[in-house]
Each structure stands twice: as structure tokens, then as C-alpha cells.
Design a protein around this ligand. Structure first.
Ligand code: PHB
Length: 403
């Protein structure tokens, strides 16, 4: 910023007053700089498309505010976690220690979130999770300083277990990548699938980033399963869905899963192979509420006609939470405990419906988990709502936040 006579005088008088009045004024002087928002996301690797959608929607929300809140500029400092916990933790440390960010956001990968958790908690850094669903962060590892504007891994999957058993198949093969999110999601599915009379024919966990699913598809074919329930996302979702179809399994086995499998970030690459897939998610761009209709229109206009996905909705809600909280504290990011109080109370109309955090866990309460089917409607492949389950909140077992 150029040093004008006015800003120079304002600066010198604040310093002079600081000498006379003690540290409080010096602190408020420091508050005149930009508000730094740290972003730890994958911009390369299997989940790069997720990182892109989250970032784009955050930028859209900050641009609506002219990148200024309560008179302070918003600055996003973006770091590529490269999908590895080691890099994710290093980038987190850099953002906290060197950049001294006011608020941290991200990551996508549950393993990275679990790796970051203690650093964030011990440094009392406010983290708004914009994707990673690791259940433990809403349970035994919950933290006063951590909020989640996305989902817990349990949320889209637990309601789907009973639904699949009642409406799709009782003999089901489970498959998901071999890391925390894959395990969380399949466990949540079984929680309602088994009591509804479902039988897990077999379960398998390929490595995250697998490109050849043939050995797994062979096992599925030989298992006699009538349905598959899976979690895959990013390029894994593209590869799995296309190979499932190429293998000729679609004719005999119903493919179902967590909604990430067929979000608009991957649907165009999957093409007709995705038709008929049933999945559970808190969002579809087809939702008819006015906030979503405005969001879809603005997002498509800004990003080359790209359809927003659930990840974009999460980016929107992360940034909207930040904007509202910063306004409520009039741009004062020094008093972290006050900022936490304000974030806890933040509520607004999101593209997914009414957005609010569960005071018990700091995890978002999903207004609905929608059961959706991929159909060729409205000029392309879309996730059409065929059923819904209201008010889905993580059980938060083992989480006790300090008052
Ligand atoms: C996760 O690792 O928590 C994760 C990643 C991608 C998704 C959902 C969850 O689509």
C-alpha cells in the first residue's frame, strides 16, 4: 500500500498513542493489515479437482465482498498439500508459524486432517475444515478451535445403509480406498445396513490412487453380490466408474455409493458410465432454493460454465462462515476465543439449505442427506433427488468441547 500523508499520520499517531496508552493500541494498529486466510488443499494428485472447486467457491464469496471485510483486505495464502500427510503438515506449520494466518482452512484428505489436528489445537489456530471428513475430529479428537463446514464421513453414509438394504439389494460388496476416509465411510454404512437385513458379501480396500480396478471388479463379479456400495472421489471415481461399466458389471450389479462418486467434478469424464448410479450426499446443484440458484448462476458465469459440486458448496460455506464471523467481530482477529464464540453462532442460508454448526461437535448439521440417481435430464447428466433424510448430525461420541 503506498504511504500517503493520511496513512503516515494515522500510523505515527497510533504509534505515539501506543507509547502513551500501552499495548492495546499497538495491537489495534497491527489489525489494520490484511486478514490472512491459510488454505491447505490438494492442487495436484487424485483429489486436485476437489481442491479446485473448493478454492473457486471461496474466491467467489470473497469477491462478492470485494475482498474486504470490516475495512480489512482478505488475503488467501494457498498451499498445495500434494495429497501427502507429511507435506500437508509442513504447509500447515508454515502457514501458522511463518505467515501467521488469522484463520486456516482445508484440507481434503482425512489422513492430512488427522495429522494437522494436534498442531492446530495446541497453537489455538482456528481451522475451518472445508472437506476432510475424518469422524474422529467430531469425536475423540474434536477441538474448540476446529469447525467443519463440509461433513463428517459418517454423515452421507450412515443413512444410506438402511436405504440400500430396503431399496437396492441385500447382498452387497463394499469397496473404498485404503485410508481413514474409506474405513470411516464403510463402517458408517454398515451401521444401518446390517440391522436392515443387509449382508456384506465381501469388502475390499484398494490403495488410494489405484488406476487398475480389474482385480477388484473380478472379485465383485465372482462374489455373487447384487449391489456394490463404494466411496471413491476425484480421479479414483472416474477410473472406478468407467472400469465398472467397461467390465460389463452394470447389467447385473447395482452401483451405489457416497455422493462424491458422481459429483459434477467427475461426471463429465465418466459420461454415460455414470447413468443410474445411486448415491447419498448433502447437495446437488439441482436444489431449488434461491441461495443455490444464485450460487449456481454466479459460479457458472465466473468459471467457464462449470457446474458447482458439493465441494464448491463446502468452499462457499467455509468462506461465508469466515465473512460473517469477521463482520461480527468488526475485523478483530486477535481475540481467538471471541472469534470461536461468534463462529459457533454463525447461521445462514447455504446452497445446501440452512447452515449451522452443531454446538456439541463444531461439525455442520446436514439439513438433508439426499438419495440421488444419475439421470440424463436438463441437458446433461445430473444427480436427481429420489429421496431424502432430514437433520443428519454426527453422533459426536467421545467429544466434549470446553464450555
Ligand atoms: C477424505 O479424505 O476425508 C475425503 C476425501 C474425498 C472426498 C470425501 C472425503 O470426496
Amino acid at each position: 500500500m503506498p504511504l500517503t500523508r493520511r496513512s503516515f499520520l494515522a500510523g505515527t499517531s497510533a504509534v505515539a498513542a501506543g507509547v502513551a496508552m500501552g499495548p492495546w493500541v499497538l495491537r489495534s494498529h497491527a489489525q489494520a493489515g490484511p486478514i490472512k486466510i491459510g488454505v491447505v488443499l490438494p492442487y495436484s494428485g487424485v483429489y486436485a479437482v476437489l481442491g479446485e472447486s473448493i478454492t473457486q467457491a471461496m474466491e467467489l464469496v470473497f469477491a462478492r465482498e470485494n475482498w474486504t471485510v470490516a475495512g480489512r483486505k482478505i488475503e488467501m495464502i494457498k498451499e498445495d498439500d500434494q495429497m501427502t500427510p507429511k507435506t500437508g503438515i509442513e504447509k500447515t506449520e508454515k502457514l501458522i508459524e511463518s505467515d501467521k494466518v488469522d484463520i486456516l482452512t482445508g484440507p481434503v484428505h482425512s489422513g492430512i486432517l488427522l495429522g494437522m489436528r494436534d498442531k492446530v489445537h495446541n497453537t489455538r489456530t482456528i481451522l475451518i475444515v472445508s472437506n476432510a471428513g475424518a469422524d474422529d475430529v467430531s469425536r475423540g479428537k474434536c477441538s474448540k478451535w476446529i469447525f467443519r463446514a463440509s461433513f463428517s464421513n459418517w454423515q452421507p453414509n450412515q443413512p444410506m445403509g438402511g436405504w440400500v438394504a430396503r431399496n437396492v439389494a441385500k447382498d452387497v460388496f463394499l469397496v473404498a480406498p485404503n485410508y481413514a476416509a474409506g474405513k470411516d465411510m464403510m463402517t458408517a454404512f454398515k451401521e444401518t445396513f446390517l440391522p436392515a437385513g443387509g449382508k456384506v458379501v465381501a469388502e475390499d480396500y484398494p490403495k488410494l490412487g489405484e488406476t487398475d480396478y480389474a482385480p477388484y471388479l473380478t472379485k465383485i463379479r465372482n462374489s455373487g453380490a447384487k449391489g456394490v456400495y463404494c466411496f471413491f472421489s476425484g480421479t479414483d471415481a472416474v477410473n472406478f466408474v468407467k472400469q465398472f461399466d467397461e467390465f460389463g458389471l452394470k447389467q447385473s450389479v447395482r452401483l451405489t455409493g457416497a455422493g462424491f462418486l458422481v459429483e459434477p467434478d467427475v461426471l463429465p469424464a465418466q459420461g454415460k458410465a455414470a447413468l443410474g448410479i445411486i448415491s447419498g450426499h448433502f447437495y446437488t446443484p439441482l436444489l431449488e432454493n434461491p441461495t443455490n440458484q444464485k450460487f449456481v448462476k454466479e459460479f457458472r458465469a465466473k468459471f467457464n460454465n462449470k457446474m458447482p459440486d458439493g465441494f464448491a458448496c463446502q468452499g462457499h460455506d467455509t468462506a461465508e462462515t469466515i465473512v460473517r464471523a469477521l463482520k461480527a467481530v468488526n475485523g478483530n482477529t486477535q481475540d481467538k476465543a471471541r472469534l470461536v464464540e461468534v463462529i459457533e453462532k454463525t447461521e445462514f442460508d447455504s446452497p445446501r439449505g440452512r447452515f449451522r454448526f452443531d454446538p456439541k461437535t463444531h461439525n455442520v448439521i446436514q439439513p438433508y442427506i439426499y438419495v440421488r440417481e444419475v439421470r440424463d435430464v436438463h441437458g446433461g447428466l445430473n444427480n436427481v433427488v429420489i429421496d431424502k433424510i432430514a437433520d443428519v448430525r454426527d453422533p459426536g461420541t467421545g467429544c466434549t468441547l470446553p464450555a
